[in-house]
Design a protein around this ligand. Structure first.
Ligand SMILES: Cc1cc2nc3c(=O)[nH]c(=O)nc-3n(C[C@H](O)[C@H](O)[C@H](O)COP(=O)(O)OP(=O)(O)OC[C@H]3O[C@@H](n4cnc5c(N)ncnc54)[C@H](O)[C@@H]3O)c2cc1C
Length: 473
C-alpha cells in the first residue's frame, strides 16, 4: 500500500459539501485533499444534477434566523436536533454569500419565494436530465478551479474504503485507486459521500424491502461507504428510514425523459393514491415527499397508481416549472384514461369495486367536510387543496417512488463532528451534506434542503477543523 503525504484534512466526496469544505479549509491555510470515486472529468453526483435552489424548508434562505429555525422544527415535527436547526437557520445565508464571493452566480427562477436563490444558469424547464453547463455543474467546476488555485487537491477515481485510526483519533482514509490501496493521512477526515440511496443493501435495511422497485432520482453515487466507515468507528446513525424524493411515472424506470422531472406530486396532493388493491394507504395531504416514502415502504411499491379527474389534470397538473401536464403524455408515460371509474379500473387492471368504493368514500368525505374522520387514512387539506374526483375523463397513472437522497445518516453535532450513541465526539471525524443525519426526516418526513445542508455543514466542518487542529501541516 502506498502512502500519500500528510494533509490537514482528507475529504471523502466531491459534491457541494466536500468541495465547499475543501475550499474553506484551504482558505484557512489548511492542506486539503478531496477523494472522489468518480473518474470522469465531470464525475456524476447529486450536486451535478441539482435543480439548484438554495432554500430552507422551501422558504427563502435569507429569511430571519428565528423564522427559519421555527420552520425547521415545524417541518420536521420536532425531530431535528435543536443545535442543527439553529445552525442551518443561522448559516444558510452565509453559504450563499460565501459562494458569491467564490464567483458563483445566483438568479431568481420564478416569482415564488422558493425560487429566489437559484444557481445560474438554471435548468431549461424541460423533462429529463439537463445538467451540463447548468448551475450545479458550474458550481463544481468553479470550486475545483478555486481549490487548485489554493493548492488543494481533487483526486478522481479514489474510492474511500476505510478510516485510519490512531489512539482513538481519525487520522486518514484508505482509498482504492486503479486497483491499488493508498492511504491519505490527515489530521481530520470529512465524510461527504452523499448518503446511501445507491446501495441496495442499506436501502433494503432501512427504507424499502424492494430497492430494485424504486427509481434512483439522482446520480445514485451515494453508496453508504461513509456510513459504514463511521459506524465501524463507533459513530451513531440517526433517521436512516427517511429519504428525500418525489413520485414519478412508473415509465421513468425505462424512459429517461421522465426523471428527475416531471414529477407527480401536485397530482398526488390534489387527487388520491391507491395500491394494487385499489385502496388508499397514505395521507396524500402530507405532501409528495411523505407519499413517496410511504410508497417505498409498501410490499409492492410498483402496484401504486395516482388517481385524478380531468379538472385536477387541467389545474394541479399544470403546477410547477416542468408540470405533469402536458409532459407526461408528451414523453410517453403510461396513463390510463376513461369516461367512467369502472372503465378506468378495468384499463388499469385494478379491482373495479374496490376502486369505486375508495373514490366514492373520498368524494363523500370531501363534500361533507369529513376528510379527517370519515376515511382511513385521514386526509389533511390544510397544506394542499384536496379536489373531488368527479369530472370525466378519469385518470390512473402507474407510479413509482423516486429516491433522490437519504435524509438520515451519520449523527453529527453543530460543528458536523461525528457523534457516538452517547453523543461524545469521535476525534478527527466529521460528516457533511447528505451523509449527515439529525436534521431532516421525522414523523412528517420533513425536508429541509440538500444544498443548504451541504453548504452549511461543509463550511462549519472546515472551520472547526481549522480552529482545533493546531498548526497546519
Ligand atoms: C435532480 C435533483 C434536483 C435537486 N434539486 C435540489 C434543489 O433545487 N435544492 C436543494 O436544496 N437540493 C436539491 N437536490 C438535492 C441536492 O442536490 C443534494 O442534496 C446535494 O447536492 C448533496 O450534496 P452532497 O455533497 O452531500 O452529495 P453529492 O453531490 O452526491 O456528492 C457526493 C460525492 O461523493 C462521492 N463518493 C461517494 N462515495 C465515495 C467514496 N467511498 N469515496 C470517494 N467518493 C465517494 C460521489 O461520487 C459524489 O461525487 C436535488 C437533487 C437532484 C438529484
Amino acid at each position: 500500500m502506498s502512502e500519500k503525504a500528510q494533509y490537514d484534512v482528507v475529504i471523502v466526496g466531491g459534491g457541494i459539501a466536500g468541495m465547499i469544505a475543501a475550499n474553506r479549509a484551504a482558505q484557512l491555510n489548511l492542506r486539503a485533499v478531496v477523494l472522489e470515486q468518480g473518474s470522469a472529468e465531470k464525475y456524476l453526483c447529486n450536486t451535478r444534477y441539482t435543480g439548484g435552489t438554495f432554500h430552507i424548508c422551501l422558504r427563502e434562505i435569507m429569511l430571519d434566523e428565528e423564522i427559519l429555525r421555527q420552520k425547521i422544527v415545524e417541518t420536521t415535527a420536532g425531530f431535528v436536533k435543536p443545535a442543527l436547526a439553529q445552525l442551518m437557520a443561522r448559516e444558510g445565508r452565509r453559504v450563499v454569500r460565501w459562494l458569491q464571493e467564490e464567483g458563483i452566480r445566483f438568479m431568481r427562477a420564478s416569482a415564488s419565494e422558493y425560487h429566489k436563490w437559484v444557481l445560474a444558469p438554471p435548468g431549461r424547464s424541460r423533462p429529463g436530465l439537463d445538467w451540463e453547463g447548468r448551475g450545479g455543474d458550474v458550481l463544481l467546476r468553479t470550486l475545483e478551479t478555486r481549490l487548485i488555485a489554493r493548492k488543494g487537491e481533487l483526486v478522481r477515481g479514489a474510492r474511500a474504503k476505510s478510516l485510519l485510526v490512531e489512539s482513538g483519533r481519525c487520522v486518514g482514509v484508505i482509498a482504492e485507486r486503479s486497483g491499488e490501496e493508498t492511504s491519505y493521512r490527515g489530521r481530520a477526515v470529512i465524510i461527504a459521500d452523499g448518503g446511501f440511496q445507491g446501495d441496495a443493501e442499506l436501502v433494503a435495511r432501512y427504507i424499502s424491502k424492494h430497492p430494485e422497485r424504486l427509481k434512483q432520482r439522482g446520480a445514485g453515487t451515494g453508496c453508504g461507504d461513509g456510513l459504514r466507515m463511521a459506524t465501524a468507528l463507533g459513530g451513531a446513525l440517526v433517521g436512516t428510514d427517511r429519504f428525500y424524493g418525489h413520485m414519478l411515472s412508473q415509465t421513468a424506470l425505462t424512459n429517461d425523459n421522465l426523471w428527475p422531472y416531471p414529477y407527480l406530486d401536485s397530482l398526488v396532493t390534489a387527487g388520491i393514491v391507491v395500491d394494487a388493491a385499489g385502496q388508499r394507504f397514505v395521507d396524500e395531504g402530507r405532501g409528495g415527499v411523505y407519499v413517496t416514502n410511504a410508497v417505498a415502504r409498501l410490499d409492492d411499491p410498483l402496484g401504486t397508481f395516482v388517481i385524478f379527474d380531468s379538472a385536477i389534470w387541467e389545474k394541479a397538473g399544470r403546477n410547477g416549472l416542468i408540470p405533469a401536464n402536458p409532459h407526461l403524455e408528451r414523453e410517453g408515460a403510461a396513463m390510463h384514461r376513461a369516461d367512467t371509474i369502472e372503465a378506468l379500473a378495468k384499463a388499469a387492471k385494478l379491482p373495479v369495486e374496490a376502486l369505486s368504493k375508495t373514490i366514492s368514500a373520498y368524494n363523500e368525505a370531501l363534500s361533507t367536510g369529513k376528510l379527517q374522520t370519515a376515511i382511513t387514512p385521514q386526509r389533511l387539506s390544510s397544506r394542499y387543496e384536496a379536489c373531488a374526483i368527479v369530472k370525466a375523463p378519469f385518470y390512473a397513472v402507474p407510479a413509482c417512488a423516486g429516491i433522490t437522497n437519504t435524509m438520515g445518516g451519520i449523527s453529527v453535532n453543530e460543528h458536523a463532528q461525528v457523534l457516538r450513541a452517547d453523543d461524545t465526539v469521535i476525534d478527527g471525524l466529521y460528516a457533511a451534506g447528505a451523509a449527515a443525519g439529525g436534521l431532516e426526516g421525522g414523523p412528517e418526513i420533513g425536508y429541509v434542503g440538500g444544498l443548504a445542508k451541504g453548504g452549511v455543514t461543509g463550511l462549519v466542518s472546515a472551520e472547526h477543523i481549522a480552529a482545533n487542529i493546531g498548526q497546519p501541516a
